[in-house]
Design a protein around this ligand. Structure first.
Ligand code: ADP
Ligand code: MG
Length: 264
């Protein structure tokens, strides 16, 4: 698997050796060798409770995502797409069933273990970018690295590399309000990849963008998948965006459509 340049090409980088990505690196290597699915979901059920009311959302979901895949998750509003994405990313807890990511059962982790796991294994891209308005592009991208043991100098190198990858080296000192929607989403993508995570999850990443900016974001995501082997799971209701993915899965009324459309 091609590593992101932020890992320093073939040379072991601080991201690998000093705590941040140790587990992640081993898993990536192992997964590449064995070609196992990176995500394995078994008998997953999820409902929300509001008072005495139970709202069933996902029913007995079973599916695998091979490593290096670019998958689009579609379905009508309210069908549970964000819920499923959040369960795969370890933001939410299942009622029953298991979610294995990179061979680890994330459903059996404690909150603390899960938070640590998320910090190095999952990069999040949201519809509304979720950048901190009082921080510059540089500082926003640096945030996930503050949870690591990297030195200030190493953090700077990684942030600069991530911003360079999304084509925003010249906007490092800009605040989100000084950037267009498309540029803000590119900053968010830089923040998502700065730790070189195993998985990139994106929830309607082009939902708030004009056509041209949306294209740029989709091309960037396709490139991260193609050139750097990143596994991407993208929720979208836009068929045009979904066409960039290799596999499309559809959720309807809490059930995952068994039919998958392969574009490649
Ligand atoms: P989608 O992303 O496909 O639009 P969601 O996963 O956001 O769907 O939501 C699926 C269903 O779960 C909806 O009926 C929604 O109202 C409900 N839901 C989502 N989050 C919560 C929550 N925190 N509490 C209660 N119900 C929720
Ligand atoms: Mg949603």
């Amino acid at each position: 698997m091609t590593t992101l340049p932020i890992k320093g090409g073939n040379a072991p980088s601080p991201l690998v050796g000093e705590g941040l990505g140790e587990g992640c690196f081993c898993i990536n290597t192992l997964m590449t060798d064995l070609k196992q699915p990176i995500v394995e979901i078994r008998n997953l059920t999820k409902s929300y409770r509001r008072g005495i009311q139970v709202i069933p959302v996902l029913e007995n979901i079973n599916f695998d995502i091979p490593e290096g895949e670019f998958l689009a998750l579609m379905g009508p509003s309210g069908s549970g797409k964000s819920t499923l994405l959040n369960l795969i990313a370890g933001i939410d807890k299942t009622d029953t069933g298991t979610v294995m990511v990179g061979g680890l059962d994330i459903t059996s982790m404690t909150e603390t273990e899960l938070a640590r796991w998320r910090a190095t294994n999952v990069g999040f891209i949201f519809q509304f970018y979720n950048l901190i308005p009082v921080l510059t592009a540089f500082e926003n991208v640096e945030l996930p690295l503050l949870l690591t043991w990297l030195s200030r100098k190493e953090r700077r190198e990684h942030v600069e590399m991530a911003l360079q990858m999304v084509g925003l080296s010249d906007r490092m000192d800009h605040y989100p309000s000084q950037l267009s929607g498309g540029q803000q989403q590119r900053v968010a993508i830089a923040r998502a990849i700065v730790t070189d995570p195993t998985l990139l999850v994106a929830d309607e990443p082009t939902g708030d963008l004009d056509r041209i900016s949306a294209e740029e974001i989709l091309e960037l995501m396709a490139r991260l998948n193609r050139e750097f082997g990143k596994t991407i799971i993208m929720v979208t209701h836009d068929p045009h965006a979904a066409e960039r993915a290799h596999i499309i899965r559809k959720l309807e009324k809490g059930i995952l459509n068994a039919h998958s459309q392969t574009h490649l």
